[in-house]
Structure formats: structure tokens, C-alpha cells
Design a protein around this ligand. Structure first.
Ligand SMILES: Cc1ncc(COP(=O)(O)O)c(C=O)c1O
Length: 485
């Protein structure tokens, strides 16, 4: 919503500036979805939400656990005895049971190759709050972090908006499958210095949103050497750690710290949350795990602004302490993510649409370069508008992830049911077929425009689909302005 100049004067510069980033196409796509959300029977021609990195594939397992453990909730007759104590507890260290369970879970998600000390855990309102807190702790306004691009758009809001910190992209390119190189890291460091910025650290996101890829051991070692040499921080956002569904296995920065003898652990901090790995973004369980006791202490004081409610801590402590459940959940989730990923990427490949090979995440990085007339960001936006307005799929353009090359799009695949996936694939197929037709020089094609590919109104098979009821996995309309995932 635009602000009147009257209000602009009445409110603070911080509150009214653009740092939140909600004017980007990333959020515009959600607005398009919100105004016309797909529903299999009520609105079969609506927009399908493929711009939301939610993990909705294993809710049945969590619901089953909740039904079997009514004592874990203070809102049941079995659990109400804990009500008073839970309602009163507000220590910013958090419940010991919660920190213990989260520390153990973090170890389990990393294959039990490393252990985490519950005393180094600071809670926050999701990874969003954790990111801002760590930014406040490590950097002053004007200081910078280097971040490999393409990167999660929310980082601009979380690391920079209210802190005044800046992000400097470390360019990753398609020519080497968007691999992070130390040459690019060095170049970004020099560029930042040349611009007069004080570089306070490197921010990595492993597994990566939006690429869906993991950093290998060698790259992680090089990054650790790099930050040690420069004596700057390393923040590793590992919120997709348990979404790794195929080889290679996930390597956490915590593993590297146990191997590298010459590493100053005080420089390393991990961001985590249950939003993706457990599919619980609404619970707002975020974690800063720092190897630096002073950072733990500062972050804990700051966490007063975004604690996890004790009721949630109580429930999560109980759920994550159930080893059998955790084992089953992690294994089943990876299996379902793998299946969904294969279904969509193979489906697209059949119509000639490629994507970056990936092994993790709730999304993949779709390559539509050959559908563009020219390799420019203007063409990318034109193509994106066709996809959202005519194909009626909300995918996110690469430019909103600060990708340096036009033509890439992030496609989320775990926030919908199988039937919606089928509809999405059918729409894409129709789009590609019609676009191929459009490429042949037929004078009468009324819908040919300046894109190499174009799309008419959807006359796809969807209209012939049998009516269906909304299943629990169908996307539900939400306000686009309250989330960045
Ligand atoms: C890489 C990354 N970090 C942080 C977040 C924020 O997560 P949370 O819901 O825990 O605040 C997201 C959400 O999409 C993300 O993709």
C-alpha cells in the first residue's frame, strides 16, 4: 500500500522506507495469487501458488503425533495441568527441555555427525528474527556481508532493513551450475572494500534457496579458510538442512568446524528454524546457534523482542524428544520431497523445460532462457507476466533473487497436493505447445507478441478435469504482505 505524503511526514523514515522489499515482483506474484487463488472446483482457472516455500507434504504425520500425544498441549484435559506454569514462564533462555530437544534435533538432522550444546542456542521469531538479531550483533550500520547470489530475497529485509547493514552479492553463474567459487568471493570482497564498505562477514545459505543445491565439503572448507584469514564472521543459514532428499548428503558448517584445526570457531554462527524442515512456519521457532559465547549473550538479550511462546516451546520440546517420531518424520519427508521433485522436474523435461540439478529444498531453479527473445531482465519480466497472468502460475523470477543472469525462475513444489501439481504441469504443457505453434510463422496467430513464446487464454485440459474437493494440502489464500518465504 502506498503512503500519502502526509503519513510519510508523520511516520518515521525507517517505517516508511522500502527496506521491507514488498514492492518486488516476488511479492507481486503473491498479490496476483491472492486476488485469484486456484481452487479445483470453485476457481479452477485461478492462479496456482508456486512461489511459496512451504513444506506441506507431511502434515499427516504431525497430526497423527498430536492426536497420540494430547498431553503435549496445554489446551487438552490431559495437558491442562501444565497451563499455569507455561503461561507464566518468560525466561529468555527458554525452557531447558526445549533447548535440549532442539539441540538434539539439529544433530539428528545433520546425520548425528555433530553435537550441539543447548547452552549456545538462542531462540527467536523464526529464522527471520534470527537473521536480524545476528546482523545487529555482528555489524554496524553501513557495514556489509558478502552473500552468494542468487539468494533468498528476505535476506535484504532481515539483514539490512532495520540494521542499516548492506549485502554485497558474490556472483554465481550458470556456466558452472551456480557453484560458489573462492575467486568470486575474493572479487566481491575487493569490490566492497573498493566501495569503502567494511566487510563484517560472509552469509551462506546451505542448502540454497532458491537453487535447491548444497555446498560441498571442499567449498565449505575454503569459505572457513577465507573468513579466518580475513578475520570476519561466517553466518550459515541452514534452515533447509532436513530437506535434502538425494545425494550428495548435506554437510553442515558445524562438521567443518570439527575437522578444521586452524579455525576460530568464535567467528561462526548458524541460523536455523523449524519453518521448513518440520513445515511449521506459523510456530515461529527460530534459532541462532553461535560458537561465540559473547554473541550468545548479546543475542539472548536481543531475543526479548522475538521470543518463541512458551506454549510452543512446550509442545516442540515434547515432539522433538520423541526419537521414533523424529526418525520417521525425517525419512518420510525426504522420500516425499524426492518423489514430488522428480514428478515435476521430469514432467517439465518432457516438454523440453530444464532445471538446475538439485538435491534439496522445497523448490527448484527452472531454466526458461530459451523462451526469451533476448537475454535481458526486461524480457524475463515480460515472460514472468505471461506466466502469471495467462498461464496462471505464480513462480518467482530470478531477478528477485538477485540472479545475475536473466531467464531463471524459482518453482516451489511442496505447498500443494498431487492434483494441483497435475494441473500446473498440464498448464505448462499447453503453454509450451501453444508457444511452439506461435513460433511457426502463421499470420493469423492473434496472440503472438514480442516474446518468443506467448500464450493465449487457457484452453487447456483443465476445463475438462473432474471436480474435486479441496484437500488439506491445497494452498489456502494468505496475505502476501506478511510473509517472505
Ligand atoms: C533461506 C531462508 N532463510 C530464512 C527464511 C525465513 O524463515 P522463517 O519462517 O523461519 O522466518 C526463509 C524463508 O523462506 C528462507 O528461505
Amino acid at each position: 500500500m502506498g503512503l500519502s505524503s502526509n503519513n510519510r511526514n508523520l511516520l518515521s523514515k525507517m517505517a516508511t522506507n522500502d527496506g521491507h522489499g514488498e514492492n518486488s515482483p516476488y511479492f507481486d506474484g503473491w498479490k496476483a495469487y491472492d486476488s485469484n487463488p486456484f481452487h479445483p472446483t470453485n476457481n479452477p482457472h485461478g492462479v496456482i501458488q508456486m512461489g511459496l516455500a512451504e513444506n506441506q507434504l507431511c502434515f499427516d504425520l504431525i497430526e497423527e503425533w498430536l492426536k497420540g500425544h494430547p498431553e503435549a498441549s496445554i489446551c487438552t484435559s490431559e495437558g491442562v495441568d501444565e497451563f499455569k506454569e507455561t503461561a507464566l514462564f518468560q525466561d529468555y533462555h527458554g525452557l531447558a527441555a526445549f533447548r535440549n530437544a532442539v539441540a538434539k534435533f539439529m544433530g539428528r538432522v545433520r546425520g548425528n555427525k555433530v553435537t550441539f550444546d543447548p547452552d549456545n542456542i538462542v531462540m527467536s521469531g523464526g529464522a527471520t528474527g534470527a537473521a536480524e538479531t545476528i546482523s545487529f550483533c555482528l555489524a554496524d550500520p553501513g557495514d556489509a556481508f558478502l552473500v552468494p547470489s542468487p539468494y533468498y530475497p528476505g535476506f535484504d529485509r532481515d539483514f539490512c532493513w532495520r540494521t542499516g547493514v548492506q549485502l554485497v552479492p558474490v556472483v554465481r553463474e550458470s556456466s558452472n551450475n551456480f557453484t560458489l567459487t573462492i575467486t568470486a568471493l575474493e572479487a566481491a570482497y575487493k569490490k566492497a572494500q573498493y566501495a569503502g564498505l567494511k566487510v563484517k562477514g560472509v552469509l551462506i545459505n546451505n542448502p540454497s534457496n532458491p537453487l535447491g543445491t548444497t555446498l560441498n565439503r571442499e567449498t565449505l572448507r575454503s569459505i572457513v579458510r577465507f573468513i579466518n584469514e580475513k578475520s570476519i564472521h561466517l553466518v550459515s543459514d541452514e534452515i533447509y538442512a532436513a530437506t535434502v532428499f538425494s545425494q550428495p548428503d548435506f554437510v553442515s558448517i558445524s562438521e567443518i568446524l570439527e575437522e578444521e584445526v586452524d579455525c576460530n570457531k568464535n567467528l561462526v554462527h548458524i541460523l536455523y528454524s523449524l519453518s521448513k524442515d518440520m513445515g511449521l512456519p506459523g510456530f515461529r521457532v527460530g534459532i541462532i546457534y553461535s560458537y561465540n559465547k559473547e554473541v550468545v549473550s548479546c543475542a539472548r538479550k536481543m531475543s526479548s523482542f522475538g521470543l518463541v511462546s512458551t506454549q510452543t516451546q512446550h509442545l516442540i520440546a515434547s515432539m522433538l524428544s520423541d526419537n521414533d517420531f523424529v526418525e520417521r518424520y525425517i525419512a518420510e519427508s525426504a522420500k516425499r520431497l524426492a518423489l514430488r521433485h522428480t514428478t515435476i522436474t521430469r514432467g517439465l523435461a518432457q516438454f523440453g523445460i530444464g532445471s538446475l540439478k538439485s538435491n534439496a529444498g522445497l523448490f527448484f531453479w527452472m531454466d526458461l532462457r530459451k523462451l526469451m527473445k533476448e537475454p535481458t531482465f526486461e524480457e524475463e519480466m515480460k515472460l514472468w507476466r505471461v506466466i502469471i497472468n495467462e498461464v496462471k502460475l505464480n513462480v518467482s523470477p530470478g531477478s528477485s533473487f538477485h540472479c545475475s543472469e536473466p531467464g531463471w525462475f524459482r518453482v516451489c513444489f511442496a505447498n500443494m497436493d498431487n492434483e494441483t501439481v497435475e494441473v500446473a504441469l498440464r498448464r505448462i504443457r499447453t503453454f509450451v505447445l501453444q508457444s511452439k505453434e506461435a513460433e511457426t510463422p502463421v499470420k493469423t496467430h492473434r496472440w503472438r507478441n514480442n516474446l518468443r513464446l506467448s500464450f493465449s487464454s487457457l484452453r487447456c485440459e483443465e476445463s475438462m478435469m473432474t471436480p474435486r474437493v479441496l484437500t488439506p494440502h491445497s494452498p489456502i489464500p494468505h496475505s502476501p504482505l506478511v510473509r517472505a518465504v
